[in-house]
Design a protein around this ligand. Structure first.
Ligand code: ZN
Length: 257
């Protein structure tokens, strides 16, 4: 019983976090350090098991755009990530950012974006999910769903290997498990706004984000990329993006020479 109480207290302290952008309280049962460790482990596995692209054009492109987004993210939100940018040679239309700042972009996506601003929109959106700790929030929800049973059975070992697969799925590392969990609408709206903010501050044109999402939405059903099944898109969402650009974003100062 004492152990159970201790576990609950530990959970309580770990879970007292706040969304750094919206300031809404978040229930997260994984500490930022554990999250970063899991991100690093997942990143190493992906690099071992995937075909890393050596294409100099694609690598320079991702390096150039992602480092500008990462710089703004560090300056404004101080996650203290050790950023890395990787291009994976795969027709999948996908990209994700793991906690700790490990960004992966697939060549399938690079072929689809029409300019650097559209790539900045995708990377900004993914970095926003990582800064906002959405993946860990989703893992935590899954943990809570199962928590009673697990607690009673053996106490909860937070951050243990048992959460690894959930963690990967939550952050969009779907190749290994073939499972796709769409982000909730709330998380998408948050990542959209913060993503736009990041790209705007990095001196990219946020209107290109709107063009990209529209283009993705209009693709015929059979061509819908993996990226869209994890980030469902609709007219309302795009309207919200446009409104954010027209109202809030235009008043944000930025320094672009
Ligand atoms: Zn998303």
């Amino acid at each position: 019983m004492k152990k159970l109480l201790f576990t609950f207290l530990a959970l309580f302290f770990i879970s007292c976090s706040q969304n750094p952008y919206t300031h809404r309280p978040q229930l997260i049962l994984i500490s930022p350090q554990q999250e970063v460790e899991m991100g690093l482990k997942a990143s190493k596995e992906i690099l071992q098991k995937s075909k890393v692209s050596n294409d100099p054009y694609y690598n320079q492109l991702v390096q150039r755009v992602a480092s500008r987004i990462a710089k703004v993210a560090e300056e404004e939100f101080h996650p203290g990530f050790k950023w890395e940018f990787h291009v994976l040679d795969s027709p999948q239309v996908n990209a994700f950012c793991l906690p700790g700042g490990k960004i992966f972009v697939y060549t399938g996506l690079l072929k689809l974006v029409q300019n650097e601003d559209q790539l900045a929109a995708v990377i900004g959106h993914e970095v926003a999910h990582a800064i906002l700790r959405h993946g860990s929030e989703r893992v935590s929800m899954a943990m809570i769903g199962d928590i009673g049973k697990k607690l009673l059975a053996k106490g909860l070992s937070i951050g243990g290997g048992q959460w690894g697969p959930l963690f990967d799925v939550a952050y969009g590392v779907t190749t290994k498990y073939g499972v796709i969990y769409p982000y909730s609408r709330k998380f998408e709206y948050e990542a959209d706004e913060l993503g736009l903010y990041l790209m705007y501050k990095a001196c990219y044109d946020p209107n290109e984000a709107i063009k990209f999402w529209y283009r993705m939405m209009k693709l015929p059903k059979q061509q819908v990329p993996e990226f869209l099944s994890t980030h469902p898109s609709d007219e309302n969402r795009i309207r919200a993006l446009q409104q954010f650009i027209n109202t809030k974003l235009k008043n944000v100062p930025r320094n672009c020479n």
